[in-house]
Design a protein around this ligand. Sequence first.
Ligand SMILES: *Cc1c(COP(=O)(O)O)cnc(C)c1O
Length: 401
Amino acid sequence: MSTPRKRAFSTRSIHSGEPVDPSTQAVEPSLVLSTNFVFDPDTAGFSAETLDDKTPNVYARWSTPTVRALEVKLADLEDAEDALCFASGMGAISALLLGTLRGGDHLVLSDVCYAGVAELARNTLPGFGIEVTTANFSDLDAVAAAIRPNTKLLWAETPCNPILRLTDIAAVAEIAHTAGALLGVDSTMATPVATKPLSLGADLVAHSLTKYLNGHGDALGGVILGGRERLSKLRQGALIHFGGALSPFNAWLIRRGLHTLELRMKAHQENALCVAAYLESHPAIKRVIYPGLPSHPQYELAKRQMHNMSGMLTFQTKEDGVEVARRFYRKLQVFTYAVSLGKQRSLLFYIPTEELLKSSFSLEGAALESYRDFAGDGIFRVSIGLEALEDLCADLDQALS
Ligand SMILES: *Cc1c(COP(=O)(O)O)cnc(C)c1O
């Protein structure tokens, strides 16, 4: 028998994990909120350690049909063996770090990454005896130099928040594997439409489902993807026992958002590229960073590694950023002055570099110089939404003038 042709991304994003319900004939899946499930005493026990495929649902912190259906869909979209959902992106990443690393292990972390991850690594992991070194992950020599004999995990984020610097996943995977370490990638900003880190050699991938994958700004969630065996261990040790389970209602919303992921990413990219080009030619703007612009310092890598350039960009103004931020907050009507990203509405906010470097990243010396070189001082981080392009540009135009 020939193997069936693999369906295209959009088809899988709609159908995968969502067969017609045989018990109700409902075309769209029911939301199962039950916290416990009947089980056969011969096939399941009272401990999560007896969990197996025959009795996937025992207690809702372990798994529920609605969350499991989302995991099946996410694994399919990421070309992963399995997926494990959590209550938030930070829930997923903290479970991954604490479930993978032990006292005496060493973690190499991107020196610029999601602030919550940077702070967790710097403030919390050392208390468990885990050593942490940060490195500029766009500099392969710096990553290699950070490796130690006890390095267990490298953690990359590409594009990285908030400066949109990229990491060459295949090259860093080789460094990790040569050292006998694992590579994990936070792929939240790229999404599986753009990049499949596992196929480039990464061992684990995490997403904040809160962002593009849900896409509508109304549900927190997170996921880890990777090999079945590794995830099965994480399910027992880091999901069931740490307890950060995803709510079925959020899973149901995120599943719905995923149906349009590829369509939305195309529209985010199209809008972002035009807004980036518009800003780059605007007299009030000093610099724009967008992976889809030839002016991005890693444009060649972006073209090679990202099949969609996503909707995130940053810019600097010639005028003092704090003043511009106040004006934006007052005058913007289509953009919303707010954190977060990857939703239908366009969002924007100002990040004073000094503050961020001291608090979240505590960069010094060469790392600080390279950050400043790349991003400059004081940046606006923008998540371009799905509004009409002419309204986005008109809104920026009136607020900039
Ligand atoms: C938002 C975000 C997270 C954290 O996800 P939450 O769902 O907010 O916990 C992690 N990494 C990146 C890149 C993010 O943008």
